[in-house]
Design a protein around this ligand. Structure first.
Ligand SMILES: [Fe+2]
Length: 318
């Protein structure tokens, strides 16, 4: 059992950052302690992003730690599930397979712009933990932006305009087709084999809507709930004015001044609250290999809704 002598050490994730904490010294023994599991859960809700560094790190620890925050679920895309390990999503780029983009002349493999995971489903997961399996020699950072801090930055007039609005989302794994992503001019050069299969099915998936603002249940704090990737527009206003409003909000929720960019070390694990942070993958030079594993922590904030379907709705695909 964990004892006071082997307690975890908690520090800010980065100086001046309005979110995030780093936790050192966590071992599997700690996870047997119900009080420790509750403490970790409270830290997750309070800080939004937790970096576990300088503790135990393994696939078994990754899975066990993830289960402290909720039940795990398989990814809705069979292509994203790992054979023999249904609770792990493999996020990978190899020089011979993986999507890559030309972004203003810079070739980047495994690039993903700012997004919330599973926002293209009506029931988005509460969080996930990422763990490196094979890190590239260069690049491969992961960015996070807190959307409670982003909401706090919104001018009052903008808060009033978006308070009761929703955004429509739909699956598309080609990030060069995302109308509301504003991170340079991206051209798709090669689609991953797995992505090609998902793209073929994309119109079989329903469009969904999520509110632009919601309130974190545990704390009463308001969250700006907008993912630039996968967004099609504002549900209540599909006009050019609605699109302009959405772009105005996205400029604030992806403000680089609010971002934390994580440079991975081999034994790191990072947990984030997918209901209050956006994340992004910087990508790697295309001669590099990067392999990460991610868990998906199930949850339902019960505010998402599929469009065009009546009555009880089956899960997205699982
Ligand atoms: Fe993601």
């Amino acid at each position: 059992m964990a004892s006071a002598a082997t307690d975890i050490r908690i520090s800010p994730l980065a100086p001046g950052l309005p979110f995030g904490a780093a936790i050192a010294g966590l071992t599997r023994d700690h996870l047997d302690d119900a009080a420790m599991r509750r403490r970790l859960g409270d830290l997750w809700i309070e800080h939004g992003v937790l970096l576990f560094r300088g503790g135990e790190s393994s696939q078994a620890m990754h899975l066990e730690l993830s289960r402290c925050f909720g039940e795990l679920e398989p990814h809705p895309f069979p292509e994203s599930r790992q054979a023999g390990a249904p609770d792990l999503v493999k996020i990978k780029f190899y020089p011979e397979d993986g999507s890559y983009y030309d972004i203003d002349g810079d070739l980047r493999g495994g690039w993903l712009p700012w997004h919330s995971d599973l926002i293209y489903t009506h029931r988005i997961n509460h969080g996930g933990i990422l763990r490196p399996v094979q890190l590239p020699q260069i690049g491969g950072e992961t960015g996070f932006i807190d959307q409670i801090a982003a909401y706090d930055r919104l001018p009052e007039s903008l808060r009033e305009r978006i308070e009761s609005l929703h955004v429509v989302y739909h699956v598309d794994v080609d990030m060069s087709l995302q109308a509301f992503v504003d991170q340079g001019h991206a051209r798709l050069i090669r689609m991953a084999a797995s992505g090609t299969q998902i793209e073929k099915r994309k119109f079989t998936y329903p469009r969904v809507i999520h509110p632009m603002v919601y309130t974190q249940a545990e704390t009463g704090r308001k969250v700006l709930n907008v993912s630039p990737a996968f967004a099609l527009g504002i549900y209540e206003d599909g006009t050019a004015a609605g699109d302009a409003l959405l772009r105005e909000v996205i400029a604030i929720c992806t403000d680089p001044a609010l971002a934390y960019v994580h440079a991975w070390q081999p034994d790191d694990m990072v947990l984030w609250d997918n209901w209050r942070t956006l994340h992004s993958a910087r990508g790697v030079p295309i001669d590099q290999t990067r392999v990460m594993e991610r868990t998906t922590i199930r949850g339902d904030y019960a505010l998402g809704r599929p469009l065009g379907l009546e009555g009880p709705v089956a899960d997205f695909d699982v």
